[in-house]
Design a protein around this ligand. Structure first.
Ligand SMILES: Nc1ncnc2c1ncn2[C@@H]1O[C@H](COP(=O)(O)OP(=O)(O)OP(=O)(O)O)[C@@H](O)[C@H]1O
Length: 476
């Protein structure tokens, strides 16, 4: 058992790493600490029994468990995870499964693990996954997982961004582009999954053939099969002619199935058959034709959860999840925010014939500190909106606040001010001020920089005041 050094960051969390052998656990833990900008305190233990002992004495934010290492905790993965969940006191559990045994990971998720990663895993990918998991469950203040190492490439095949998470992504795309094996892209909405699919096509040997994208969420269910596999004349009312589907159109090239998680279960079986045989039959046709496509699919949902909820076929998942690529949310790569903002500003200023050339320091601070739930798309739309709405050489925080309709929509609508009531207790000044500031922070979803900009004070004032409120609360 060993405790690895924590960084001096204020955003530290407690992370328990369970591995089969202390040496491997220590190596993973150390690599993980290096891969995270705000390294959490990583405690490593060998095996499930040691983990249980530790958990009886201490609380953790996240538990990362190599499933095979839990063999000494209970007979079978399910019971081991159930025991771990009981001991975890609310900690998030991330299972590490052997790449070949996704079904084991599924058992772990059904028993209560929050997510899984399959081996082999890089510390960067693991760090990104931890950050995402923490965020999804509202623990991102406890654990922040932005990879720390410096970047080199700022632009790559349609992507802009130089964080180490993006460097890792560029490397992954370059490595898998040449293969014909299916790629499974995951990531929140607006992180660039479409850009990634196109980059894979453009960088691969099929780039001279077609890239055909089909959005499984945008097409009505009853039309989806004919869109995907084609239709023969007269097959149903409205089918006036023979038509190729996306699979045939993409022959020799790439078929991109966006939002695959929305596909109907019955069509999932047909897609599985197509992937197994490489043959398509148009709707209304018995004969099948051979097509050669590389399949890339994407989803912003958690596929393991969808399988657990029986919304996605497990056997189809096995077929598609050959080369997984995960796109990290923007908040986990804060160094990309200004790089992207400047990129979009240059683009839209040129398009709209505006003078804008940069951002004021306060605007940069607000942008860098925002959460970006809509990721790159949200940032892109915001910059575009400002360029259209305003004039000037520099974007400042006032323009940002005025144009940030997403945050305004999330903020509560103004209410009638209460009428004075002498019987009411008048709170001390510091408590009233605390209430105003905490309300503003809540309005901006915990984002201190945005709350500070709205209140027209600096973020450091908020931090200073929070410190003094804590002291006042102890004193009173
Ligand atoms: N790294 C990036 N660099 C430049 N532009 C980006 C980057 N990531 C995303 N974008 C842009 O952001 C927008 C959203 O990207 P995209 O459609 O690929 O996201 P997505 O993950 O597929 O979203 P959804 O799940 O909602 O379909 C697009 O206009 C895209 O060009």
């Amino acid at each position: 058992m060993a405790r690895l050094p924590a960084s001096d960051s204020v955003l530290c969390g407690q992370l328990l790493l369970i591995d089969r052998e202390e040496r491997t656990a220590r190596q993973t833990g150390a690599a993980l600490s290096r891969a995270m900008l705000t390294a959490p305190e990583v405690v490593v233990v060998e095996g499930g029994r040691s983990a249980a002992e530790r958990l009886r004495r201490e609380r953790f934010d996240i538990i990362i468990a190599d499933l095979e290492s839990l063999a000494d905790l209970a007979m079978g993965i399910e019971d081991a995870i159930l025991r771990l969940v009981k001991l975890a006191q609310g900690a998030l559990i991330l299972a590490i499964a052997d790449g070949a045994s996704v079904s084991t990971a599924l058992v772990a998720m059904r028993a209560g693990a929050h997510d899984y990663v399959s081996k082999p895993i890089s510390p960067e990918a693991l760090a990104a996954r931890i950050g995402e998991l923490a965020h999804r469950h509202g623990r991102s203040r406890a654990l922040a997982a932005e990879p720390a190492t410096g970047p080199a490439v700022a632009d790559f095949a349609g992507f802009v961004g130089s964080s180490s998470a993006m460097q890792f992504l560029y490397e992954q795309i370059s490595r898998v582009a040449a293969s014909a094996a299916p790629v499974f892209i995951t990531g929140e909405s607006g992180t660039g999954k479409d850009v990634c699919a196109e980059a894979l096509h453009a960088q691969g040997p099929r780039s001279n053939k077609r890239f055909v994208a089909i959005n499984c969420a945008a097409i009505p269910r009853d039309l989806m099969e004919s869109e995907l596999f084609g239709v023969t004349r007269g097959a149903f009312t409205g089918a006036h002619e023979d038509r190729k589907g996306a699979a045939e159109l993409a022959d020799g090239g790439t078929l991109f199935l966006d939002e695959i998680g929305e596909m109907d279960l019955s069509l999932q079986s047909k897609l599985l058959r197509f992937l197994q045989t490489g043959m398509v039959s148009r709707v209304g046709e018995v004969a099948a034709r051979k097509v050669d496509v590389r399949v890339i699919c994407a989803t912003n949902r958690n596929p393991m959860q969808m399988i657990a909820d029986r919304l996605f076929r497990e056997d189809l998942f096995y077929r598609l999840h050959v080369l997984p690529i995960h796109l990290p949310p923007l908040r986990q790569r804060p160094t990309d925010i200004m790089v992207l903002a400047r990129h979009f500003l240059a683009r839209y200023a040129a398009e709209e014939h505006k003078q804008f050339a940069g951002f004021s320091a306060d605007a940069a601070q607000v942008l860098a500190g925002a959460e970006w739930p809509g990721n790159v798309r949200q940032l892109q739309n915001l910059i575009r909106r400002i360029v259209v709405m305003f004039d000037g050489e520099e974007i400042d925080a006032t323009m940002l606040m005025a144009a940030d309709i997403e945050s305004q929509a999330a903020a509560p609508s103004p209410v009638e001010p209460p009428r004075p009531d002498r019987s009411r207790q008048v709170l001390p000044m510091w408590q009233q001020e605390q209430r105003i500031i905490e309300d503003a922070i809540e309005t901006f979803g915990g984002n201190i920089s945005m709350a500070a900009a709205a209140l027209q004070i600096s973020p450091s004032t908020i931090y200073r005041k929070r410190q003094s409120w804590a002291e006042m609360a102890v004193a009173s």
